[in-house]
Design a protein around this ligand. Structure first.
Ligand code: SF4
Length: 335
């Protein structure tokens, strides 16, 4: 591990000021960052410890019926919070499906948003070609073992292209937050702003080294959930083993009924793209339709339009479609 300096911040403003030095990073739960530092993937010059900032620790109800999750609320506390369990069961299910109890006790809401891809070529500095770790070096995954990689929204101009990246976002929580239409509250050198969740993470485009649309020095202060939108929801995670594994495909499926038809639907996929893949087109296609297998299958076709598989992950196209139908069916209470 490279040498680094350590600073502890007691206020959000002080943390933002401290991290302005080139190469500094915020430290929250550290469940991903510290691993990457040990492996030489992340080499910050300074860690600014934000764990003692009291204003980031709270879960608060909002006047509009929503819920504000402070950035330092721990994943376990959020998943077990009575208001989350009651009003946002999709979020509880997604968090409980990820990592292990010990990791969930450490991992924070803000840190979960900042998780980096688990692409093996990114995490192993022995592989020289990784545009995300070394911009311009190429992409070892494109022609390598790409079972866990993206089928939507990737940049695949060739293994030696400086833009290619087919990595996926590894988070379960992020998938639920996308379907729940959350907002991310951030504070930076130029003040505070709110980012719609759909715009927080980004596709690789021409700059795969960037995971999010955060500006330099910006600190996540909270995730805000709107008043509950749905009365049926299910988070389905398909993976190689039943615990402590990242998703091959995951689905956050939710809808609100108006009589016998769907008034509003939410659909986001995990394990298939560089960001949580919310499909507005599929959501719109479900609106006004009965919650039947036929409706869900049409939505699945729409959600996967344009998907492309690679040597080891082409199975994800059919898996994702089947998982969408299954998740919506389970959301409706059917086995
Ligand atoms: Fe790196 Fe992205 Fe290619 Fe993985 S998929 S090797 S993270 S450029």
């Amino acid at each position: 591990m490279n040498p680094f300096a350590y600073q502890r911040a007691e206020q959000a403003e002080a943390a933002v000021h401290a991290v302005s030095a080139h190469g500094s990073k915020f430290l929250a739960g550290g469940t991903n960052l510290i691993d990457l530092m040990k492996d030489g993937v992340e080499t910050p010059s300074t860690l600014v410890d934000i764990n003692h900032i009291a204003s980031l620790q709270k879960v608060e109800t909002m006047p509009n019926g929503g819920l504000r999750l402070g950035a330092l609320t721990r994943n376990s506390d959020v998943a077990e919070h009575p208001l989350v369990r009651t009003n946002y069961p999709l979020l509880s299910q997604a968090i409980f499906s990820g990592a292990s109890p010990q990791l969930r006790n450490m991992a924070s809401t803000g840190g979960n948003l900042m998780q980096r891809t688990r692409c093996a070529y990114f995490m192993d500095t022995g592989f020289p070609a990784c545009n995300k770790r070394e911009p311009g070096s190429g992409c070892a995954a494109l022609k390598g073992f790409n079972r866990m990689h993206a089928i939507l929204g990737a940049t695949d101009e060739g293994a030696t292209s400086p833009h290619t990246c087919i990595a996926t976002n590894p988070s379960d929580m992020n998938v639920a937050l996308a379907a729940l239409v959350a907002t991310v509250e951030v504070q930076g050198p130029n003040g505070k702003r709110e980012i719609p969740f759909a715009d927080f993470h980004r596709l690789p485009g021409n700059t795969p080294e960037l995971d999010t649309n955060l500006k330099p020095g910006e600190l996540i202060t909270a995730v805000i959930l709107p008043a509950p939108l749905y009365d049926h929801a299910y988070y389905l995670k398909v993976r190689d083993r039943n615990s402590y594994a990242f998703a091959l495909v995951s689905v956050a499926a939710a809808y609100k009924l108006d009589g016998r038809v769907i008034k509003q639907a939410g659909l986001a996929l995990g394990g298939v793209a560089h960001k949580p893949w919310r499909s507005l087109e599929a959501e719109h296609a479900l609106t006004g339709k009965p919650p039947t297998g036929e409706s869900f299958a049409k939505a699945a076709e729409i959600a996967l339009a344009g998907a492309k598989g690679y040597e080891h992950n082409a199975f994800k196209l059919a898996l994702a479609k089947q998982s969408i139908v299954r998740a919506f069916t389970l959301a409706g209470g059917a086995a």
